[in-house]
Design a protein around this ligand. Sequence first.
Ligand code: 5RP
Length: 221
Amino acid sequence: MSPKKIAAEKAVECIQTGMTIGLGTGSTVYWAIHKIAQRIHEGLMIRAVATSNGSEQLAQQLGIPIVPFSEIGQIDLTIDGADEVDAHFDLIKGGGGALLREKIIAANSKQFIVIIDESKQVDKLGRFPLPVEVVPFAAELTIRQIRDLGCTPKIRTTDGQTYKSDNGNLIIDCDFGEITQPASLTARLNSIPGVVDNGLFVQMASCLVVGYKDGTVKLEY
Ligand code: 5RP
């Protein structure tokens, strides 16, 4: 079994009947959504809110009851992936472009479980370029201010076209090199007018589930 699948399935064991579940986005969460669907068919009763149109569609196809953001109060448990995780459980997320909804869901969850394979664990964040979501209007002005913080910004494209998030915004992938002060960087980025949010999730994860190539899985708190 792949390390991503092992981590995802372990995290799904934490779900109990009656819970409202946040569904993250990405290839690791893909396995979690499938496992949740399997448990629902075995009798688990939950409802879920999704962090992306892709996760919502997959969940609906598999029979997971989805409720819209507007109908959600608090979320009991969210399961999501990450692009990098450091020793303090600070994360870079947004490789799949879903960072805004992911952060809103995580911030409103009692428990935020991060599922990764071992390759995502790093000493310092920053090898993975930090995704920053910006409104398309006056993007160049916003990008100039982001660059002034000391990074090389690149507008994300897909198949040669400018990538748009589910919210209709641009994603700017920012190479800051090693990120030594994630809390300060996230505050400085989010204070730039035109920045919607960035992919640094600082002190938000409650638990890390790591899948290894040798087939083992480890929970870290
Ligand atoms: C999407 C994300 C994903 O959780 C992150 O990119 C990890 O993806 P994967 O599980 O495919 O490696 O933040 O915006």
